[in-house]
Design a binder for this molecule. Structure first.
Ligand code: UDX
Length: 454
């Protein structure tokens, strides 16, 4: 199938390489020149495990261009995967989605049928708005175009994006037209039936079941995306709230999570207590959902509380440091991990940024490390002669008053704790992701403080 994908960010690029791997004829469209330069050289602009190898593999068939007019007229299906950044009010800004729809409608041929699919996360009702935008352009062009609009929310998890794209739990399609649903069913057929040869880096999981294609109306499809993300966000906030109470009553949140996760109705996933969620989705989508609700005058206290608890986790880590060091003024703090989660260079809404800003504001000196997100964090944080970045964790820890583990990167699981503790001024380890066992850290000489553990 001939496909044009507008937007080559995390969602657009992942979708483009996966669909190309499944033998579709894919063109990616992006206006960002720096991204296009990299893509034209065959280099992925995003860090995502496996994406470079897959891009190399499909390089002879996939195309990237800045021009909608060059690829849309010939396409059968057009996917919009542009950003929906938050407005000041928290609501998602759909300007880029509408602009993309307008540009598509301007170049559609009058005698052809197109399926226009919104993959970006958008407020409920956007699908209908896209239908109106397209009709307005057709009216202005004086033609009767033939475009079916559908919603196909993306559930991509950064760091696991390709795994999730090849082996999704479900595919959701919201559409009012059977034609659009049929086109999307054909698009995803190799995934729905698992008829493709898995890439060597992404073997089919042995227990994997064929994913259902759930079809529904567009508003419900848009709501499914927000509701899924908000539910996961509040599951994490729930265990973090329990973690705080565990600290008060001498219980261990890891044991509690294990115990409640064994209940099949609750399940083990997303019950890791720690510094909470960041990234491009949960913070933005929970705010956007509250924005949608506010417009209807509807209150969502559970979603509000999930946000409060989440951002409080960052403050609580600084409070723990303050409590153990008495003051942060003049202290040297090592930060391990800047990315919002492991296996990505994404620092959007990362807990590290808030923690570092607060430490600097209180007069501490901060030395930070991340396996790959340092360049992005450097750009996001203010220039400050008390803030430095280093590639060597052992060098970072020398003479520090405390280390704070913010992101649970794999290399941090294997640190030589004894060596680290020895060269610090005071061997304090604040483990914001419960990577270490308290016994192990204490045996290595650390004063260990985790989240929700005694
Ligand atoms: C999420 C959804 O998983 C995905 O379906 C959606 O399309 C986009 O939003 P992502 O933001 O990439 O994906 O990451 P995810 O793995 O869900 O983790 C989000 C945050 O929650 C991370 O900061 C992570 O550290 C945190 N988290 C996750 C916890 O603190 N505890 C957990 O148990 C799980």
């Amino acid at each position: 199938m001939k496909i044009a994908i507008i937007g080559t960010g995390y969602v657009g690029l992942t979708t483009a390489v996966v669909l190309s791997y499944l033998n579709h004829d894919v063109a990616g469209v992006d206006k960002d020149e720096s991204k296009l330069t990299l893509l034209h050289e065959g280099k992925s602009p995003i860090h995502e495990p496996g994406i470079q190898n897959l891009l190399d593999e499909v390089w002879h068939t996939i195309r990237f261009t800045p021009s909608v007019a060059e690829v849309v007229p010939e396409a059968e299906l057009i996917l919009i995967a542009v950003g929906t950044p938050p407005k000041k009010s928290g609501e998602a800004d759909t300007r880029h989605v509408e602009q993309a729809a307008r540009e598509v409608a301007q170049v559609c041929l009058p005698d052809r049928h197109y399926t226009l699919v919104v993959k970006s996360t958008v407020p409920i009702g956007t699908n209908q708005r896209v239908v109106e935008v397209v009709e307005d352009v057709f009216a202005a062009r004086g033609i009767r175009g033939n475009v079916s609009v559908a919603s196909n929310p993306e559930f991509l998890q950064e760091g696991l994006a390709l795994q999730g794209a090849f082996y999704p739990d479900r595919i959701v399609v919201g559409a009012n037209s059977d034609e659009a649903i049929d086109t999307l069913r054909r698009l995803y057929q190799p995934i729905l039936e698992q008829t493709f040869d898995p890439p060597s880096e992404f073997p089919r999981p042995s227990a994997y079941h064929l994913p259902p294609l759930m079809t529904t109306d567009p508003n419900s499809a848009e709501m499914i995306k927000y509701a899924a993300n908000t539910f996961l966000a509040l599951k994490i906030s729930f265990i973090n709230e329990i973690a705080g109470l565990c600290e008060e009553v001498d219980a261990d949140v890891i044991e509690v999570a294990r115990g409640i996760g064994l209940d099949a109705r609750i399940g083990h996933q997303f019950l890791r207590a720690g510094l909470g969620w960041g990234g491009s989705c949960y913070p933005k989508d929970t705010a956007a959902l509250l924005g949608v609700a506010a417009q209807s005058g509807y209150k969502m206290p559970i979603t509000e509380a999930a946000r409060t608890v989440n951002f409080r986790q960052r403050e609580r880590i600084v409070e723990k440091l303050r409590a153990v060091l008495h003051t942060l003024e003049g202290k040297i703090i090592g930060i391990l991990g800047l990315a919002f989660k492991p296996n990505t260079d994404d620092i959007r809404e990362a807990p590290s940024l808030d923690i570092i800003r607060e430490l600097l504001a209180e007069g501490a000196t901060v030395r930070a490390h991340d396996p790959i997100a340092t360049a992005n964090a450097r750009r996001a944080l203010p220039d400050n002669n008390r803030l430095s970045f280093t590639e060597d964790i052992y060098e970072l820890s020398y003479d520090t008053d405390a280390l704070v583990l913010v992101t649970e990167w794999e290399p941090y699981h294997k640190l030589e704790l004894r060596r680290l503790a020895k060269q610090m001024k005071t061997p304090i380890l604040i483990d914001g992701r419960n990577v270490y066992s308290p016994e192990e850290a204490r045996a290595a000489g650390f004063h260990y403080i985790g989240v929700g553990r005694t």
